[in-house]
Design a binder for this molecule. Structure first.
Ligand code: AMP
Ligand code: MG
Length: 318
């Protein structure tokens, strides 16, 4: 079936209340009609995701976005500058969004994905799609269709294959001052768009929340342990931190000059975006065989910060 027919088929499934895995530029999402409580419930059940963890709602245009959420001035600027793209904005929700989608909160997380298949699918449906990452809750997010098939293949109605995700880590999540419970603008999750870019666009600073997630007593997207492989993962900055008797796998940030059998790397060139793109697929590959992993932290800027955030959540807390 060509991709147009597949998108038609997927839209039909979604209209009938089914769930479809779709590619986005960040990671693969597991989508359902965001305004149908029965459809959204299927997402939670397929993932084993607790109902207290709110979903991100994906739209294909501003009219659709405005039908589910209220945009303040800062949100308007951010949407104008970064959409379609890997930025999720927390907004005051409209009545059309059911409680199950937002875990009972008065705010809703909204994003307009840039991936052409996601964009076309949402437009074809004509309604917004709730879509968390298409993986069992707590495991590493999928960055290609095979990752989804491996873990959720028998629990979803359809998987749209759009190749590898170009960003490879989940969207940046921001909370504009208008909905922030701490007054100023907040970054709730680091992602491909960094604090400096947000500040330059909006003319205000974005800071880390003092509480884990000010919007919610429990904040699973911000859980300390998340995105985690089954193997034990330890982090290092400098090679000297790896114990001499360590016999497991070593993931370097950039390809080392001398490569041993146990060595892997996140990027050939040292580019933080390339490292983000490769991170989850490499962790999944390594997780196919058991054995401890030592992984080097990325430089702490741009998408490197998102890589370090995911690594620290994935790391072993013994
Ligand atoms: P995921 O869909 O797995 O990429 O994660 C979505 C994450 O977005 C959740 O786990 C929350 O941390 C965050 N989120 C979604 N909706 C809201 C909201 N209304 N307020 C604050 N955070 C939210
Ligand atoms: Mg997720």
């Amino acid at each position: 079936m060509d991709i147009d027919s597949q998108i038609d088929e997927a839209a039909k499934i979604l209209r009938e209340g089914g769930i479809v895995a779709m590619p986005t530029e960040t990671v693969y999402g597991l989508a359902a009609d965001a305004c149908s409580p029965t459809a959204v419930r299927k997402i939670f059940e397929a993932k084993g995701r607790p109902f207290i963890d709110p979903l991100i709602v994906h739209v294909s245009d501003m009219q659709m976005a405005r039908s589910i959420a209220v945009f303040d001035d800062i949100a308007e600027v951010l949407a104008e500058k970064f959409w379609p793209g890997p930025l999720t904005i927390i907004l005051k929700k409209k009545a059309s969004v059911p409680d199950i989608t937002t875990a009972g909160m008065e705010t809703v997380a909204v994003r307009m994905p840039a991936h052409p298949i996601a964009a076309r699918l949402i437009a074809r449906c004509g309604f917004a799609l709730a879509a968390p990452s298409a993986n069992p809750f707590g495991y590493i997010s999928p960055t290609c269709a095979a990752h989804v098939r491996d873990q959720l293949g028998d629990r979803v109605d359809m998987i749209l294959d759009g190749g590898e995700c170009s960003r490879g880590v989940e969207s940046t999540i921001v909370m504009p001052p208008a909905v922030s419970t701490e007054g100023g603008a907040l970054i709730l999750r680091h992602g491909p768009i960094c604090a400096e870019e947000l500040a330059a666009a909006a003319g205000i600073n974005f800071s880390q929340p003092k509480k884990a997630n000010p919007a919610h007593p429990v904040a699973p997207g911000m859980l300390k342990s998340h995105y985690a492989p089954k193997s034990k993962l330890f982090l290092f900055k400098d090679l000297s931190e790896i114990p001499e008797d360590f016999s497991g796998r070593v993931v370097h940030f950039v390809r080392p000059s001398k490569v041993l059998g146990r060595d892997y790397w996140l990027t050939e060139s040292g580019d933080v975006n390339e490292a983000a793109r490769n991170l989850f697929a490499l962790l999944r590959t390594l997780d196919k065989t058991r054995g401890d992993i030592y992984c080097q932290m990325a430089p702490d800027f741009g998408a490197g910060r998102a890589v370090n955030d995911r690594l620290s959540r994935a790391s072993f807390k013994g």
